[in-house]
Design a protein around this ligand. Structure first.
Ligand code: GLU
Length: 416
């Protein structure tokens, strides 16, 4: 069965609405995106052929601030996935209380099959297609799965060309040389580690007390592994689509990170210590903390039953299905939900945007300290809601976010 992430997020929102006693009237506004745009993108390939790619930009809500959210390139992208991701962005920005709404963009493409020049042409054509929708005070894209600072540099340049002036605030997660923020690339990974520290502290534990498994070694997984390793946690397994590296005594994360920079598959890494397992084995690795940092729907009824961990920290968006959630709860596995656990990226995107607007550049330590402050305060609010509503952390985070969104809708009223 194909599990639909948009149905997932709608169901969880509905459960949170009931649990949190949120009025149905304005909640229905938040259930649906404000605007969904589909684009067709003709691109001239290096061999002279023309291919037409499908893309989307879904703008869920701008009630709390400009639409905000990444752009992903993936062969399985579809409208319902982008819709779900746009809703999660609105919830994420609301739960940590930064002044953005939510949006998401995507192009259905397997970027590993395109040359760098082809990817640049595709990115510029996509930017041209959504140009009327985006802007520093309208909708601000950022990196997501298979996109990075280079992709943002192309978006920024195309948008600035079309507008006849430099517009650094139109994207976040851009290179520091183009007024990106220090600490943005590592921010989601760092936020995942902050989330882990916050949940462990409730049981009197610290990072050096735990072992960690990370599924996915992209923008998020790689930096999370680095931050876990630097702060004394033992990273025992990491994986990408090619396979799993495992060492019960702890992997050599600096070497693996260096190796992964070349984009070589982890299955070809060999340092004489790390054991190779097949991709699906990642779920059965014994550890304290399991970090899904890949795609949606990874922890379902089957994989939730085999996990050998005490905590799940959702670094990816939507990695757990509703059935997976139920099984984790039955097994007493504590979960920090995506809309909080991976919010570090968009929080530092917010800092980047603020620096761009004010024509300022902040030091890395300032960025890191402010990230820690925002997440710690928001976690406190979610814990209070959890106690008040006797619910899971996920439902508590949704209630905190939905209350802000629904209340904003209510006091604004419905136009016209
Ligand atoms: N793509 C990231 C996310 O899903 C970051 C979005 C942003 O910085 O706007 O949260």
């Amino acid at each position: 069965m194909n599990y639909n992430p948009y149905v997932n997020v709608q169901n969880v929102m509905e459960e949170a609405r009931k649990t949190g006693g949120i009025d149905r009237r304005f909640f229905d506004v938040i259930k649906h995106p404000q605007r969904e745009t589909k684009v067709y993108l003709p691109v001239e390939m290096d061999d002279g052929e023309v291919r037409v790619f499908e893309g989307w930009r879904v703008q869920h809500s701008n009630i709390r601030g400009p639409f905000k959210g990444g752009i992903r390139f993936h062969q399985d992208c579809d409208l319902d996935e982008i819709r779900a991701l746009s809703v999660w962005m609105s919830l994420k920005c609301a739960v940590v209380d930064i002044p953005f709404g939510g949006a998401k963009g995507g192009v259905r493409v397997n970027p590993s099959e395109l040359s760098r020049r082809e990817l640049e042409r595709l990115t510029r054509r996509y930017t041209f297609a959504i140009e009327p929708l985006i802007g520093p005070d309208k909708d601000i894209p950022a990196p997501d799965v298979n996109t990075d600072a280079q992709t943002m540099a192309w978006v920024l340049d195309t948008y600035s060309m079309l507008n006849g002036r430099p517009c650094p605030g139109v994207v976040t997660g851009k290179p520091v040389e183009l007024r990106g923020s220090r600490g943005r690339a590592s921010a989601t990974g760092k936020g995942v580690v902050i989330s882990t520290k916050l949940i462990l502290a409730r049981s009197g534990l610290k990072l050096p007390d735990v072992s960690v498994t990370i599924q996915g070694f992209g923008n998020v997984g790689r930096y999370a592994a680095k931050a876990f390793h630097e702060q004394g946690a033992k990273v025992v397994a990491v994986s990408d689509i090619s396979g799993v590296l495992y060492d019960a005594d702890g992997l050599d994360i600096p070497s693996i990170s260096e190796f992964a920079k070349t984009k070589a598959p982890l299955s070809t890494f060999n340092d004489g210590h790390a054991e190779h397992l097949s991709v699906g084995d990642i779920f059965a690795v014994p550890c304290d903390v399991f970090v899904p940092a890949a795609l949606e729907n990874q922890i379902d009824e089957t994989t939730a039953a085999v996990l050998k961990c005490s905590y799940v920290i959702e670094a990816a968006n939507g990695p757990t299905t509703e059935a997976g959630d139920r099984i984790l709860a039955e097994r007493g596995i504590q979960l920090v939900p995506d809309i909080f656990a991976n919010s570090g990226g968009v929080i530092v995107s917010y800092f980047e945007w603020v620096q761009n607007i004010q024509e300022l550049t902040w030091e890395r330590d300032r960025v890191t300290d402010m990230l820690d402050d925002i997440m710690s305060r928001a976690f406190g609010e979610v814990l209070e809601e959890m106690a008040r509503s006797s619910c899971s952390l996920r439902i508590a985070a949704y209630i905190v976010a939905l209350k802000k969104l629904v209340y904003a809708e209510e006091i604004k009223g419905i136009f016209p």
